[in-house]
Design a protein around this ligand. Structure first.
Ligand SMILES: Cc1ncc(COP(=O)(O)O)c(C=O)c1O
Length: 397
């Protein structure tokens, strides 16, 4: 057996109490309409890797390619932009449906609002989305990044006109620092995870991810039997799980597998402990999957995952690089997908689980993967660290 890939079942609450209505079809349609009012909005492609699926002996493998999202190389902007829209709608006491992009970004709205500074902590993609949103709104953004952040990711945020700093702190401490700054400076915290007394904006951010989920639902030619979702704090996985659990119920509900790096496995740990409490990953969260290097789970995301997801899976960085290479050099006839470390890991997991060489037969059986499986993965980012992308794949993104 190769090095680490391990699963733990998520012991689902028998009463399924989590409220997932906020991501039901009708709400998500409204959220998608908000994003569709952006001039740069286009559905990102859903790629059928049919030749790889054939080799892996499954019915289908579909990968959503988020590298095309608003030219920002990741899905994350969907959350920050929608939350900013909701925040402004609340301030102006109007419905979000009354604030399409041209109105939201108008001088009239800016004058009504006055000067706002948005602040957040980020591994890269979320902060880039918040910085981009602030620029569209002609407002200010201050973005904090954890130690070890690659200069390219910092630069991409600065290019959006935001003030951005790499702190000598891990991700979770950077989040606390951003919250403290927001309180001291009167800035608006745009954090993609729930904190003490801070729930509204993280929920709006999760709602924003609903646009991606609805696109997938519309693009999939068949119902997925399995959805593999990578997780940092779990907000994206929670949002997509909530939406698909609203769309498919009972036996129809796809099996949801939440994927994390072994060194930042807060969802896995929380699932494994199964004691009703959240558990943080400790240590230095060392992984090439920067977007997933988060130690503390989002409480709302966990509530959803605990009720509706099926398994948590941990893996090492080799699984991610396997995914990057597979997507960079696809089977003949399949489409190439440029996918970064956090984006490619789920495809890497699927390929490793299903290629018979790796001795993962018991995991495959536990996950009920077989020749009838139709698997959905989301490549949540493109090459956000070009140097590493080139090193891993031998290709220029
Ligand atoms: C590319 C990418 N994928 C997945 C995630 C995970 O999202 P979440 O933190 O909501 O679990 C992130 C988070 O930053 C990310 O940047």
């Amino acid at each position: 057996m190769e090095r680490l890939m391990n699963i733990t079942p998520i012991k689902q609450k028998s009463d399924r109490t989590s409220d997932i209505n906020f991501l039901n079809e009708s709400n998500v349609r409204k959220i998608q309409s908000f994003h569709a009012s952006f001039p740069m909005y286009q559905e990102t492609p859903l790629i059928s890797l049919s030749n790889l699926a054939k080799d892996l002996n499954i019915r289908g493998l579909y990968v959503k390619d988020e590298s095309f999202r608003f030219g920002l190389n990741a899905f994350k902007v969907l959350g920050g932009s929608y939350a900013a829209g909701r925040y402004i709608a609340q301030k102006l006491q109007v419905e979000i449906s009354e604030l399409p992009f041209n109105k939201l970004t108008s001088n009239a709205v800016r004058k009504q609002l006055g000067k706002i500074t948005f602040v957040t902590a980020t591994d890269g993609n979320h902060g880039r989305g918040v910085a981009w949103t602030a620029r569209q709104l002609q407002q200010k953004a201050v973005i904090y990044m954890p130690k070890g952040t690659k200069p390219e990711r910092l630069l991409n945020i600065k290019k959006e006109g935001a003030e951005s700093y790499i702190l000598n702190r891990c991700y979770d401490d950077a989040v606390r620092y951003a919250q403290q700054q927001s309180l001291e400076q009167g800035w608006v915290l745009m954090q993609d995870t729930m904190l003490h007394n801070y729930h509204e904006i993280p929920q709006w951010i999760m709602e924003g991810y609903g646009t991606m989920a609805l696109e997938i639902y519309r693009q999939m030619p068949v119902r997925p039997t399995h959805i593999f979702l990578q997780s940092g704090v779990g907000s994206m996985a929670g949002a997509v799980t909530a939406f698909f659990s609203n769309m498919y119920r009972g036996n129809e509900k796809p099996i949801v597998v939440v994927v994390e790096p072994e060194n930042a496995a807060c969802i896995f740990l929380t699932a494994q402990m199964a004691d009703g409490k959240l558990h943080a990953a400790t240590g230095n969260l060392d992984t090439i999957m920067a977007g997933l290097a988060c130690g503390e789970p989002c409480s709302l995301a966990w509530d959803i995952l605990e009720s509706y997801a099926d398994f948590a899976l941990i893996c090492d960085d080799d699984v991610s690089t396997t995914g990057m290479r597979l997507l960079a050099k696809p089977r003949i006839g399949d489409t190439r997908i440029v996918s970064g470390e956090s984006g490619a890991v789920t495809t890497g997991v699927v390929a490793k689980l299903l290629s018979n060489e790796n001795g993962y037969a018991s995991l495959k059986e536990a996950l009920r993967l077989d020749k009838d499986s139709v698997i959905l993965c989301i490549s949540t980012e493109g090459a956000t660290d070009s140097e590493n992308y080139e090193k891993v794949t031998g290709q220029i993104p």
